[in-house]
Design a protein around this ligand. Structure first.
Ligand code: ISE
Length: 319
C-alpha cells in the first residue's frame, strides 16, 4: 500500500522472505503501483481503500502518506488483517486514539508500527548496556536529516522526530512527562529543532534535529550513574585522500537503516504465527503523537508543556 520509496523497499524485502507471496500493490499513481508490482510478481491497483477492505489478505503493509493512514488502518482492523504501518500512526492524537480504540475492541493486537529504531543493531546494542550503567541521567538523540524543501515544525515532529521520541520512550526510565521545544530559523521552515524532554522516572532527554543536505546521520548517547554508552557509527573504511581523512556516513535512511528495516519486516512476518502482533504498537504511536503535539504547543507558546499521557491500558501492556 503506497509504492513510493519506503513501499518499494518493504516490497522487495518481503519478496525475499520464504513463505511470503505479495498479491497486490496499491498506489493512486498507476505507473508506481505497476513498477513495484512488476518487480515482485504482484498485481497492481490504484484503489488502496479496496485493498485495505479486502478479506483475502493475511497482512497489509501501509507505506502511504500519513494523512491516509487512519482510514486504511481502520478498514484493515475491521477485517482482522495484520498490519505493518509506517510511522507516524496518524496525524492527530484524536485520529491515533480512534485506531487504538478500534484495535482494542478486536481483542488482540493487529498492528506493528514502523518505529524501527528498536530493530537497528546499533540501538539494540546500546539498549543492552543500560542495565549495567545504573540510573539514566541524560539521553541525547542526534538526527541529521536530508529533506528538501524545508518542512514545517509540525511536519518535522510528526514524521521525523517521532522516531527519536520513541527512542526516548524506549530507553528512558518512565514516560516523557514534559517537553520544551525550540526551532530555527522559523516554525514554517525548520533548519534546526531542539526538544528537551523530562522523564517521569527522573533524568531528561534531548533531541537535536537538523535538516541538512550533506549527509544522513542518527545517533544516541546515554549518560548514566556509572558511565555512558553511545551507538556505534555506521561501518565504513577510513579514507585518506587529497588532504582529508574521512569516513562515509551515507545520505539517506535506506542505507543507514537497511538492516533495521529487514529485521523489522522479518519480525512482522514471523509474528503472523503468533496470536497477536508485537513490536511498536498503536499505543506507542498514540503517545508519541501526544508528545509531538505538546512540542508544537511549546513552540507556539514559548513555554514548557506537560504531556498528559494516560497510563498504558492492560490490552497493550500485556501483548
Ligand atoms: C524518514 O521518513 C524516516 O523514516 C527516517 O527514518 C527519518 O530519519 C527521517 O527523518 C524521515 O524523514
Amino acid at each position: 500500500m503506497g509504492a513510493g520509496g519506503m513501499g518499494s523497499f518493504h516490497a522487495n524485502t518481503l519478496a525475499s522472505l520464504p513463505g511470503v507471496e505479495i498479491v497486490i500493490v496499491a498506489d493512486p499513481v498507476l505507473e508506481s503501483a505497476q513498477r513495484v508490482a512488476a518487480s515482485v510478481g504482484a498485481h497492481a491497483t490504484v484503489h488502496p481503500d479496496e485493498v485495505a477492505s479486502s478479506s483475502d489478505l493475511d497482512g497489509l503493509v501501509i507505506a502511504s502518506p500519513e494523512q491516509t493512514h487512519e482510514a486504511l488502518i481502520l478498514a484493515a482492523i475491521a477485517r482482522g488483517t495484520r498490519i505493518l504501518c509506517e510511522k507516524p500512526l496518524a496525524v492527530t492524537s484524536e485520529s491515533c486514539r480512534r485506531i487504538v480504540d478500534a484495535e482494542s475492541a478486536r481483542g488482540h493486537r493487529l498492528l506493528q508500527l514502523g518505529l524501527m529504531r528498536v530493530y537497528d543493531p546499533a540501538h539494540v546494542l546500546l539498549a543492552a548496556e543500560l542495565p549495567g550503567l545504573g540510573a539514566v541521567h541524560h539521553i541525547r538523540c542526534v538526527h541529521r536529516n536530508v529533506n528538501d524543501p524545508r518542512r514545517t515544525a509540525s511536519n518535522v515532529l510528526n514524521s521525523s522526530i517521532v522516531h527519536d521520541i520513541h527512542t526516548l520512550r524506549w530507553l528512558a526510565p518512565g514516560e516523557i512527562r514534559r517537553v520544551t521545544a525550540l526551532t530555527t530559523p522559523s516554525q514554517d521552515e525548520v533548519s534546526h529543532l531542539l526538544v528537551v524532554a523530562e522523564f517521569a522516572g527522573g533524568g531528561y532527554g534531548t533531541i537535536e534535529f537538523a535538516e541538512h543536505s550533506y549527509a544522513y546521520e542518527v545517533s544516541v548517547e546515554v549518560e548514566a550513574e556509572r558511565g555512558g554508552v553511545m551507538t556505534a557509527p555506521r561501518m565504513s573504511s577510513t579514507l585518506r585522500r587529497a588532504g582529508h581523512v574521512s569516513v562515509e556516513v551515507g545520505t539517506d535512511w535506506f542505507g543507514r537503516f537497511a538492516e533495521a528495516y529487514r529485521l523489522e519486516v522479518a519480525a512482522w512476518v514471523r509474528s503472523m504465527e503468533d496470536a497477536a502482533a508485537s513490536g511498536p504498537s498503536a499505543w506507542d504511536g498514540y503517545v508519541a503523537q501526544l508528545v509531538v503535539e505538546a512540542a508544537v504547543e511549546s513552540l507556539v507558546t514559548g513555554q514548557s508543556v506537560a504531556v498528559n499521557a494516560p497510563g498504558v491500558p492492560a490490552f497493550f501492556a500485556s501483548q
